[in-house]
Design a protein around this ligand. Structure first.
Ligand code: SF4
Length: 344
């Protein structure tokens, strides 16, 4: 049974200018111990999906439809007091920018004790994320960006949650610290055996960390698949474009040029009719601007939403049994790669 089951999640912001469907019919599962990567450009609904799971959608947004079940318990409509108990104890959150998420007027020790209880062994909690226990007495501004992000992870895992959600965990740190934070997350996930959702626009990071990938665009899920077949050949044109624009995976080494995605995502308040990607899609057909593509599911749990996949022709890079879950695309890189900065 899945630890987290999200079905037809629809989170809407009703504004004076119209409705913004931040999550539009989003469905996915996360199994115990599984790592799911959620990728997409800014404004694709990745963070709002995580905030919906945590019951932290800011007003005027609200979940208008769908279901979120965690360990069999329905979270949509659950009283705030119950959600507050789940957050931190069963579901940990690593926020995007630790510099802003940590309280500047409290030491790291006091913030760890608030999360883990007054008797928590603060030095041991910091040790879990590779930080010296002596940093416990410092305030967030006295730490480097990488140390702050690790302290944030220590707080998120203080109560050994069953699910950790990390929202752009490496965005606010330099490239060397990015790799270190990434490795800490991977190591902690293995040691705790918890499930992990990593939200990122960095496909290189996701390909190293995740078992499965969920690709979002303008609030909708475009494709989901196991990492290995996804990297070998995504089905959805948007997923293909995203992969082609990722330096470490698809850099044209002869010219050094990347294949960018033409145009910009539409504003969430004016999502195009039909397939939301059609104004930018190189494969768009006439029906793409009027008909919303149906979700084409496969028995292995993968799927994509694109009219081109309606055709009976063989799909590119079918998923083979055994690849759907539990296989990482790439093992953790050697320390030498960290040192010379060759990682994405
Ligand atoms: Fe492109 Fe049409 Fe597929 Fe959308 S449905 S991704 S516009 S081909």
């Amino acid at each position: 049974m899945a630890l987290l089951e999200v079905r037809h999640l629809t989170t809407v912001f009703r504004t004076p200018f119209g409705a913004v469907r931040a999550c539009d019919d989003v469905s996915f599962d996360v199994a115990p111990g599984e790592v799911l990567g959620i990728v997409g450009e800014s404004g694709s609904g990745k963070t709002l999906t995580a905030l919906s799971v945590l019951g932290l959608v800011p007003p005027p947004g609200r979940i208008e439809a769908g279901s979120i079940r965690f360990a069999g318990e329905e979270l949509v409509g659950t009283p705030e007091a119950r959600l507050r108990r789940l957050r931190g104890r069963d579901i940990g959150m690593v926020f995007q920018d630790a510099g802003r998420a940590l309280d500047p007027v409290h030491t790291i020790a006091s913030q760890l004790r608030e999360a883990a209880g007054k008797r928590a062994d603060v030095a041991a909690l910091l040790g879990r994320v590779g930080l010296d226990g002596r940093l416990a007495s410092r305030y967030p501004h006295e730490l480097s960006g990488g140390q702050r992000q690790r302290a944030m992870i220590a707080i998120a895992i203080a109560r050994t949650p069953r699910l950790v959600i990390a929202d752009e965990p490496t965005t606010a740190v330099d490239s060397i610290s990015q790799v270190q934070v990434l490795h800490e997350l991977a190591r902690i996930q293995r040691e705790l055996g918890c499930a992990l959702i990593v939200i990122s626009h960095n496909l290189g990071l996701i390909s190293r960390l995740a078992d499965r990938v969920l690709v979002m665009y303008l609030g909708r899920v475009m494709e989901q698949n196991a990492v290995r077949p996804f990297v070998a050949g995504p089905r959805h044109p948007y997923a293909r474009a995203l992969l082609a624009a990722t330096p470490a995976l698809d850099l044209d080494r002869r010219t050094g040029r990347l294949a960018g995605i033409r145009g910009l995502p539409a504003r969430m308040i004016e999502v195009p009719p039909g397939c939301p990607f059609h104004p930018r899609c190189p494969d768009a057909e006439a029906r793409c601007s009027v008909e919303v593509p149906a979700w084409r599911a496969h028995a292995d749990g993968s799927g994509a939403a694109c009219h081109l996949l309606d055709a009976p022709a063989p799909l590119p890079s079918p998923v083979t049994p055994g690849q759907a879950q539990g296989e990482r695309f790439a093992p953790a890189p050697p320390a030498a790669e960290i040192a010379d900065g060759t990682l994405p």
